[in-house]
Design a protein around this ligand. Structure first.
Ligand code: NAP
Length: 233
């Protein structure tokens, strides 16, 4: 049976690029989008670039338990398993804030998406990933979440990604016996809506994520990588 992948926040930016690259590798890659209309529009455009290949779309707001549960039900009914989960959706690269003065409600809402969203989606899909036998989870993190380079800048974003890295270690340990490899990946600084115009091209950013989604069964788990190279926590 085909390899089934799901990308959260797949309607634009790095997520859309990852949908493209995984589809090109032959995986049935489900484009998760919190707005179904934006998701369908992105899938139609991508399909045109890929010679009419079908891109399945699901409405998936990672902040919303009902939406996540419904998406998991749909994948269970349609495919009966999930091989690759890319926890890509993320928000609030808060360059305008500092740890000494940041609005803590904003910190909380950033955690809600960047950390708890990935956690919520993983919980909902873990039984389907166990059906795979070769499950892969990629948490799209950031160098901003490295303990090694923590400053007072981008406080909400940095701490939410630091916590996502901790979650990666927890999940990797908990899922090792099921053959599910769980890693955190920094795509590098990429010129998306979030990254801004100074960032690099999108293709290598997507590739950095796809690398961890396509590890062999004896590949790494519980690691933090950029472009296939280990980076410090
Ligand atoms: P982006 O262009 O801003 O895209 C963010 C994506 O996340 C959008 O599809 C957005 O959907 C989705 N999203 C946000 N909240 C969501 C929610 N509650 N439910 C579902 N989807 C949600 O950002 P990007 O640069 O592609 O970033 C993708 C990932 O890479 C993020 O986790 C980010 O932290 C990480 N990253 C990016 C860079 C960089 O330089 N760009 C560097 C390091 C790490 P809508 O279109 O509906 O808003």
């Amino acid at each position: 049976m085909a390899t089934i992948a799901l990308v959260t926040g797949g309607n634009r930016g790095i997520g859309l690029e990852v949908v493209k690259q995984l589809t090109e590798l032959g995986m049935i890659t489900i484009l998760g989008s919190r707005d179904a209309v934006r998701g369908e529009a992105a899938a139609i455009q991508l399909s045109e670039q890929l010679d009419g290949q079908t891109i399945p779309v699901i409405q998936l707001d990672i902040d919303d338990l009902a939406s996540v549960a419904e998406a998991a039900r749909w994948v269970a009914d349609t495919y009966g398993k999930l091989d690759v989960l890319i926890n890509n959706a993320g928000v609030n690269y808060d360059t305008h804030q500092h740890a000494l003065s940041v609005d803590l409600d904003n910190v909380l809402s950033t955690f809600k998406t960047n950390t708890l969203g990935a956690w919520r989606v993983t919980q909902a899909f873990v039984s389907l990933l166990k059906q795979s036998g070769h499950g892969r989870i990629v948490n799209v993190s950031s160098g901003a979440g490295e303990l090694a380079s923590m400053t007072g800048g981008t406080p909400a974003y940095s701490l939410s990604k630091l916590a996502l890295n901790g979650l990666t270690l927890m999940l990797a340990s908990a899922l090792q016996q099921d053959g599910i490899l769980v890693n955190a990946v920094c795509p590098g600084w990429i010129a998306t809506d979030m990254g801004g115009p100074g960032g690099g091209p999108i293709e290598p950013g997507g590739k950095s994520v796809v690398w961890a989604a396509t590890l062999e069964d004896n590949g790494s788990t519980g690691g933090f990588f950029r472009h296939g190279e280990r980076i410090p926590w």
